[in-house]
Design a protein around this ligand. Structure first.
Ligand SMILES: [Zn+2]
Length: 239
């Protein structure tokens, strides 16, 4: 509510409202909306939007991390290339869907956009959080997370392939009927240093019957024409 309305409600001057707020902040007290904090799907049985969560989990495993803020609040950050304006706008919507009433924000860092939202319950939703880099610790989904991904493998792949994936365009020329023609061979690649995350990516591709192969120690490739088309339809464009 506006300070003027608040002052009218309590029968005090606007200046008084502002002074109360300063005192409150100086004592380090939480803002007066604590009772409005959204309930947690794990602690309080709140409804979790499976599609949004599966996608956010993919983003988190790809290029996200959680930091600890003040008063047991955790910040979930997802990095993404600043080029992909639509995907970055989508990340804001995604976070606000997983945490209803949350107010995610984004900031520019060199070459990237970091989208962040804070919550006391991020560790409930992302128990994979831990010290060190993700490839230096085991990354295993909890049973309930596995169930969500089984129900929504497409959104999970969308998060993975847009964070740590690339759509590569290879091409070659062939002579057909005496004429040199160019052929394009688009391909999706997913790269991650964590073997556990690689295995999760392959598992999710199996769930949607998209054939893949390991094309390097840290790379999974989807290169068959029909498979690329299917993945395109599932994860959407990089834009
Ligand atoms: Zn919780």
């Amino acid at each position: 509510m506006r300070d003027a309305d608040n002052a009218a409600l309590h029968g005090v001057a606007v200046k008084t409202i502002r002074r109360w707020r300063r005192l409150y902040q100086r004592r380090g007290l939480p803002r007066g909306q604590g009772h409005l904090a959204p309930p947690c799907p794990r602690c309080d049985g709140a409804v979790l939007d499976g599609e949004a969560y599966a996608e956010l989990l993919g983003w988190y495993l790809g290029d996200g991390y959680i930091s600890r803020g003040r008063r047991d609040v955790y910040n979930l950050h997802v990095y993404n290339d600043a080029r992909y304006v639509d995907l970055n706008a989508g990340l804001l919507r995604l976070m606000a869907t997983v945490k209803p009433g949350g107010r995610p924000h984004s900031r520019r860092v060199p070459g990237a956009v970091v989208t962040t939202v804070s919550w006391k319950h991020w560790l409930c939703l992302f128990p994979q959080h831990g010290p060190g880099r993700k490839h230096e610790r085991p990354i295993v989904l909890a049973d309930w997370q596995e169930q969500v991904v089984r129900a929504c493998p497409g959104p999970f792949l969308r998060g993975l392939f847009h964070s740590d994936g690339a759509r590569v365009n290879n091409w070659a020329t062939r002579v057909v009927a005496g004429e040199k023609r160019r052929y394009d061979y688009p391909r999706w690649q997913f790269s991650n240093r964590s073997e556990d995350i690689m295995v999760l990516c392959c598992w999710a591709l199996d769930l949607v019957s998209v054939p893949w192969r390991r094309s390097g120690p840290w790379t999974v490739s989807v290169s068959r024409r029909d498979a690329v088309a299917r993945l395109d339809a599932l994860v959407g464009p990089k834009s």
